[in-house]
Design a protein around this ligand. Structure first.
Ligand code: C2O
Ligand code: CU
Length: 481
């Protein structure tokens, strides 16, 4: 959808205290949920589409998206409903193949969407199909799984919401896709990767956005309980999320309901999702979603309370319904160590911090040119993907494991496992709440213990979700048999 016409997006021309006329989005025009009826097939088409997102400051850019109607399509189904997706690959580059990975969903391995590991890639012109019933409720997303730095950089991401977890209905439900864009002064794309970024913290974007808008305003019902689903779909951004001028509680981490945690701030890495229940302020007042990670806090989005007050009670967020996960038997669990390190090449490149970047030249076999990172000294991509080499670990179906995730680098790494979720146990650096997560942010030099039940058979990727790290070696797989 092009946002050229104010009328098309319901712009109210509202004046806020900062004096700037600001469009109020009700809801965001960028996020148009696709709600397939039972039995209907969701059709997506990966293609280049020129769009003028509000955060591009009037310029149009050749985005790669999954859908004609919105930059980030939202697929939304109730729990228990089977989902079938047809995805056509119309990307404009020769050999640019795709697969769809359903991040965070514990679905059968054949539907997990990893080129070569779980399926043959979908070549340009071809259509692939996915069919599964999401086993749990929550806030998830989907993306391709090869050349992802380029794909995410151009916007090729969507969200999957599985409904049915609210014991007490919220009064509004907002889906916020947080992503930076790499634009030069003339507002074309900058290169999505640099050697310095790939060997250090990842290459940062230059323009921040929520749903394609820098600092949008959402109208919310006054004094209502607002569910804010924040998805970090940036390739590299680490943020420290908090709320101002409203009370809020974390009700889910990576889509998994938890005992509500009063929201002070929460460090959210790439691929992390945070469901916040916020009590909206009184009519006419504005609450803000803020990133405190850098010295100067950044307002990510604002919520303008409107209409009659919907609630008068004290704010006591109800927990989401719990899902029937198998809980790991920690006393019987086998311990496995995973060390996340830089390779000699990676350390050398990080030390010289040279500009430019040619480490990532991902061809059709999904191999990078050089490897900067490794897991247990094994850098990914050093082998032909049609013959992947040994797994990082072989797990026994049904057994419990404790993984010790050790970061021996000066950078943070959001570590993601496919097909399973981790129970977070302890960190050597901070008090972490016992939540369930599919992506665990490891801070520099941090060691985190997590438990899991290997209850989903197959070959599962296990990697850093700073995409330049993933593609320069910090990736591997485990088997469950
Ligand atoms: Cu979003 Cu391999 O993952
Ligand atoms: Cu990393």
């Amino acid at each position: 959808m092009l946002l050229s016409s104010a009328a098309a997006v319901g712009v109210a021309g509202l004046r806020l205290t900062d004096g700037a006329a600001t469009p109020v989005l009700t809801p965001s025009p960028i996020v148009a949920p696709l709600r397939p009826a039972a039995g209907a097939v969701v059709s997506l088409e990966a293609a280049e589409r020129t769009m003028a997102l509000p955060c591009f400051g009037g310029k149009s850019l050749p985005l790669w998206t999954f859908d004609e109607a919105s930059v980030f399509p939202i697929v939304r189904v109730p729990r228990g409903q089977a989902l079938e997706v047809a995805i056509k690959n119309s990307l404009p580059r020769a050999d640019e193949h795709i697969t769809l990975h359903w991040h965070g969903l514990r679905i059968p391995n054949a539907q997990d969407g990893v080129a070569y590991l779980t399926q043959a890639p979908i070549m340009p012109g071809a259509t692939g199909r996915y069919a599964f019933t999401p086993p749990e409720t929550g806030t998830f997303f989907f993306h391709t799984h090869c050349n992802s730095v380029d794909h995410f950089g151009r916007g090729l991401v969507g969200a999957l919401i599985v409904d049915g977890d609210e014991a007490q209905a919220s009064d509004a439900d907002l889906i916020l896709m947080m992503k930076d864009w790499r634009l030069d002064a003339g507002k074309s794309f900058l290169p999505f990767t640099t050697d310095e970024g790939a060997a250090k913290a990842g290459t940062a974007g230059t323009v921040r956005s929520i749903n394609g808008v820098t600092n949008p305003v959402y109208a919310v019902p006054a004094s209502g309980n607002i569910r804010v689903r924040l998805l970090n779909v940036d390739p590299a951004r680490i943020s420290e999320i908090g709320l101002e001028d409203a009370d809020g509680a974390i009700i889910a981490v990576d889509g998994n309901g938890c005992t509500p945690i009063e929201l002070g701030t929460w460090r959210l890495g790439p691929a992390g999702r945070l469901d916040i229940l916020m009590r909206a302020p009184k009519a006419g007042q504005v609450a803000q979603l803020v990133d405190y990670f850098s010295a100067e806090p950044v307002v990510l989005a604002r919520f303008l309370a409107e209409g009659p007050e919907v609630r008068h009670d004290a704010f006591t967020p109800a927990p989401l319904l719990t899902m029937p996960f198998k809980v790991a038997d920690r006393s019987a669990a086998e311990h496995l160590d995973f060390t996340f390190s830089a390779t000699a090449t990676g350390s050398a490149v990080a030390a010289t911090a040279a500009a430019g970047g040619d480490a990532l030249a991902i061809g059709k076999l999904c191999l990078s040119k050089r490897t900067f990172w490794a897991i247990n000294k094994q850098p990914w991509s050093s082998v032909d993907h049609s013959d992947l080499g040994p797994p990082l670990a072989s797990l026994k179906l049904g057994r419990s494991y404790i993984f010790e995730l050790k970061n021996v680098t000066p950078n943070a790494h959001p570590i993601h496992i496919h097909g399973h979720t981790f129970e977070i146990i302890t960190s050597n650096l901070r008090d972490l709440p016992s939540v369930r997560a599919d992506t665990v942010l490891l801070l520099p030099k941090e060691r985190i213990e997590v438990a899991l039940v290997a209850d989903n058979p197959g070959r599962w990727m296990f990697h850093c979700h700073i995409l330049e790290h993933q593609e320069t070696g910090m990736m591997g797989y485990v088997t469950v048999t």
